[in-house]
Write a protein that binds this ligand. Structure first.
Ligand code: B12
Length: 212
């Protein structure tokens, strides 16, 4: 039987091999991927983040944890995309804003949206305001999702919203924002249409914004 605490330990210690082997075992035993993500993978990232904050872990530790997390998520992704044949609920353009390279949370939001029937155009990390606007226009997007994990980069979200206004397409899209340092209050202040603090709630919010 898969020892699920190994998955948590693998993320905290940045052990890619253990993360992959435990995830494979858990999948063979039909354990719900959502439980693996919420109860073990994300908890492990939270722990290494807390250690980093306390000066007990360093950037290389974060990188190794992120690598282990990505390895496990790669295996889980196909299970989150099982509803792909469902007609698309809408088009989402998503990216981590300029100056910010954190993409684990953003990729989780992508997978959940895709798994629940949205078509997702993932622009990656370090995305400029013009790149968001261009992608929205080219793809006729319904929703723009922005992610930021740094207090120094979250302010850039306002610039992106201004760029949509300047291009005259602000009313054509719904804008959702997220990432650990954000809040509902911040989202309102910058003029976003919605905020959520996790990938599941992001799907509910996206459906609500499009009345689906
Ligand atoms: C992993 C990590 C890294 C990795 C990133 C690897 C990668 N590919 O993403 C690396 C090592 C590269 C990194 C680098 C840095 N990091 Co870092 N990092 C983290 C860490 C430990 C975890 C982040 C994470 O992945 N969390 C797990 C995911 C699942 O959670 P999440 O991102 O919050 O996403 C969820 C929700 O927020 C939401 N969500 C996210 N995006 C969106 C978008 C939308 C639209 C919606 C609706 C919802 C939503 O849903 C997600 C899933 O539930 C955090 C600490 C922490 N506890 O957050 C620090 C942290 C974010 N990093 C920090 C710092 C300081 C840095 C560096 C500056 C360090 C340095 N000195 O170089 C650099 C900056 C590099 C850059 N320019 O971006 C600080 C930020 C402090 C601050 N207040 O700004 C933190 C908080 C650590 C700390 N406590 O000090 N980091």
């Amino acid at each position: 039987m898969a020892k699920l605490t190994d998955l948590y330990d693998a993320i905290v210690k940045g052990n890619l091999e253990l993360a992959v082997s435990t995830t494979k075992e858990a999948l063979q035993e039909n354990i719900d991927p959502q439980i693996l993500i919420s109860d073990y993978l994300i908890k492990g990232m939270e722990e290494i983040g807390a250690q980093f904050e306390a000066g007990k872990a360093y950037v290389p530790n974060l990188l190794m944890s992120a690598r282990a997390m990505k390895g496990a998520l790669e295996l889980l992704k196909p299970y989150m995309e099982s509803n792909k044949e469902v007609a698309t609920l809408g088009k989402v353009v998503i990216g981590t804003v300029k100056g910010d390279l954190h993409d684990i949370g953003k990729n989780l939001v992508c997978s959940m949206l895709e798994g629940c029937g949205f078509e997702v155009i993932n622009l990656g990390v370090d995305v400029s305001d013009q790149k968001f606007v261009q992608a929205a226009q080219e793809n006729k997007a319904n929703i723009i999702c922005m992610s930021a994990l740094l207090t120094t980069t979250m302010v850039y979200m306002k610039e992106v919203i201004k760029a949509f206004e300047k291009a005259g397409i602000r009313d054509d899209v719904k804008i959702m924002v997220g990432g650990a340092p954000l809040s509902e209050k911040f989202a309102k202040e910058i003029g976003a249409d919605g905020y959520s603090d996790n990938a599941n709630a992001a799907v509910t919010l996206a459906r609500k914004l499009l009345n689906k």
